[in-house]
Design a protein around this ligand. Sequence first.
Ligand code: ZN
Length: 264
Amino acid sequence: MKKLDCHTHLSPPYFTTQEADQIIHEANQSGIKIILVTEEFEDFDKVIELAEINPHVVIPYVGIHPVQRNKSLSFQEYLQKEHLIIHLLTAKISKGIGEIGLDFSPHIIRDNQLQKQEQLHIFRRQVEIALEFNVFINVHSRQAGHHAINEIEKVGNSKVIMHAFDGKLKYVSGCLERNPDWFFSIPASVQRDEKMRQLAMYLPDNNILLESDAPALGPIKGVKATPLDIIDTLVFVAKLRNVDAQDLQNILTKNNSRVLGLDH
Ligand SMILES: [Zn+2]
């Protein structure tokens, strides 16, 4: 196992089934494995199906995102279906929990403290379940970076991927001092995003991963990202860190193995 896109969405409405199949085929040809994450309960079937068809490429994580496409989920609504997450972990079908997290962007929260509380409850529960099952969490934390870190630390997880972390670098450094095993993944948008560039330069070797966050965080704004974008991202990040691309690949290979466990 060499390359890993550790945070990807390939479900509708982002990609058609045909597009998803093609992307997975191309990723396979390029030796890229993909962690596919969900946002809502309705995504679970598609992600599991893609993983069943492509067991050597797709690693499925299921989880409930803080912002739902169609509606905001209440904690009560979450609890009614939580058993689906538990079932998929018990059956070892889902390999981790994601995409979960907190999103305190002003347009999401709009002074609605209840919305914040619901997000926190839903997030905490999933962080606890991950600890219980000893699996990784794949964490979204927009304008809530240090809140997300605090919540996870309260529960005590060590298997953590902070995806496209947009918080301050001082939170990253403090976090890694306390949690030397956590990962922060750099999205393909590092090629156009100063904040991500700073993070990519800062991260210690032990804590860096790459992701496309397909279709969202590609190198060109407005063009859908795919897992293939991590190939250029690797070269770009190696230059930023002033290392050989092969050396960075070796570091990533080691980190990717830690994320995927011994059975991959
Ligand atoms: Zn995402």
